[in-house]
Design a protein around this ligand. Sequence first.
Ligand SMILES: Nc1nc2c(c(=O)[nH]1)N=C([C@H](O)[C@@H](O)CO)CN2
Length: 117
Amino acid sequence: MDIIFLGGLEIDTVIGIYEWERKIKQKVVLDIEMGCDIRQAAASDDIAHALDYKTVSDRVVDFVERSEFYLVETLIEEIANILLGEFEIPWVKITLNKKGAISRARDVGIIIERGQR
Ligand SMILES: Nc1nc2c(c(=O)[nH]1)N=C([C@H](O)[C@@H](O)CO)CN2
């Protein structure tokens, strides 16, 4: 399986369980790996046969910017559902980093894999 990836995708959104978090936007950083087969795109040199990572990025950014979830679990699961449901992606791995959520930690977040590899 080939992988198309988006690394360090930074998006500001309302996310968090505390009252003060409901009033501000915080940055989440996404690393997304998407399973695919690039051979048809490579042979044809045609974007119509490719998983267009610009389209994927725009969809994810738009969704996350508009979302207002409490838990990072809910946000990351919804992103996976969009990727598997709207694009021809059999498998996805997503890392969601809510940097700064824990004052003594540089990084905190979740990694999930969904679909069949
Ligand atoms: N498993 C989780 N634990 C916590 C979450 C979360 O979304 N999932 N969220 C918080 C707070 O919103 C935190 O990010 C603020 O510092 C705490 N624990």
